[in-house]
Design a protein around this ligand. Structure first.
Ligand code: HEM
Length: 329
């Protein structure tokens, strides 16, 4: 009897989480704000035209939002009215950017269709547009998310993977979000654009955690990193995650990995000698076939966009992405 109740409970749980993502639709704003996607697209294009490095920052926003209690724009909330902002969590502080671009888009959308388009959906559309603008794939975004009423700095510290994670930690971190090995390998390909601070990979270059495999396999790469990132100081100097084609969303990231030239330890974990066969095979497959990478990336980012979404009467559509609506009353 207890087993039956437990089974029923598990079944309900499964359906309730799938149910929320199931309520998303590409046509969600078709009547209520038909120009929503076009408004976002134009503003992302303008922002990336002004600053091409912004594309990577905008893509990363979706990852750092979705991995912390779901794709609910909790990342965008500032410290105010009892909210402790996720922006000050270790993986975000002095690193995550692009909030002003989201503000600008939200302002225009509030003019066009007040209290209609959620900040969580804006993040999702923006990430898609940023990838496409840099030469990556294009896809239909599923919409209808609501915004959270809270943020969690402790969850941000706990759930966003760190650059020194081992493969085992990365796999389990992704599994906690319902994401599998294909998602891990294809989404890591986001590091085909954007930059990292020396701080995030310096431990591979010096001292106890020195990465001997990198030093042996690609000494030129190793020496060039050491010359830009000295043992002390210059922690905030920025290095492209994909040194070959840092502004282009392509499959060069995987070719870098195979050459032993992935920048972060977490990147290289996908190709270390002891890395399991399935992962190595995916890395090689993406390196050889960009279209396959694009197809897998597309389905994985859509899957990531479904993590614990709020729909229907859950949450709210914020008026300003930085504050919950009750803050104004
Ligand atoms: C697999 C685990 C991952 C780890 C450990 C990781 C870690 C990092 C780190 C440490 C940086 C550099 C931050 C800095 O030094 O300021 C970075 C940058 C970046 N990450 Fe990841 N990341 C991971 C997965 C992802 C995923 C899944 C995405 C997107 C879907 C993503 C998108 C990006 C982008 C686009 C940048 C460049 C940001 C910019 O230039 O502003 N990362 N990541």
């Amino acid at each position: 009897m207890t087993t039956m109740v437990l089974l029923l409970f598990l079944l309900l749980l499964t359906f309730s989480s799938i149910g929320a993502a199931d309520e998303l639709s590409p046509y969600y704003y078709y009547d209520s704000c038909p120009l929503a996607e076009e408004i976002v697209r134009q503003n992302v294009a303008a922002a990336v035209y002004r600053d091409p490095t912004m594309a990577a920052s905008l893509l990363r926003l979706q990852f750092h939002d979705c991995f912390v209690l779901g794709c609910d724009a909790s990342l965008l909330l500032d410290d105010a009215g009892g909210i402790v902002s996720e922006k000050n969590a270790v993986p975000n502080l002095n690193s995550v950017q692009g909030f002003e671009v989201i503000d600008r888009i939200k302002d225009v959308l509030e003019e066009a269709c007040p209290l209609t388009v959620s900040c969580a959906d804006i993040i999702t559309i923006v990430a898609r547009d940023a990838v496409h603008l840099r030469g990556g794939p294009n896809w239909k975004v599923y919409l209808g998310r609501k915004d959270s009423l809270k943020a969690s700095i402790s969850a941000a510290n706990r759930m966003i993977p760190a650059p020194n994670f081992t493969l085992e930690m990365l796999i389990s971190n992704f599994q906690d979000q319902g994401l599998d090995i294909v998602d891990l390998v294809s989404l890591s390909g986001s590091h085909t654009i954007g930059r990292s601070r020396c701080l995030s990979f310096k431990s591979r270059l010096y001292g106890q955690e020195l990465d001997k495999e990198m030093e042996e396999r690609s000494s030129d790469f190793f020496d060039s990193l050491r010359s830009v990132c000295p043992q002390s100081g210059r922690d905030n100097a920025l290095i492209p995650l994909d040194l070959k084609t840092s502004r282009k969303f392509d499959n060069e990231y995987y070719l870098n990995l195979i050459r032993g030239e992935g920048l972060l330890q977490s990147d290289n974990e996908l190709v270390y000698q002891e890395t399991e066969e399935t992962i190595l095979r995916l890395v090689w497959a993406y390196a050889e076939d960009q279209e396959l990478f694009f197809r897998h990336f597309t389905s994985s980012i859509i899957k990531m966009g479904n993590i614990n979404v709020l729909t229907g009467n859950e949450g709210e559509v914020r008026h300003n992405c930085r504050y919950v609506n009750s803050y104004y009353h």
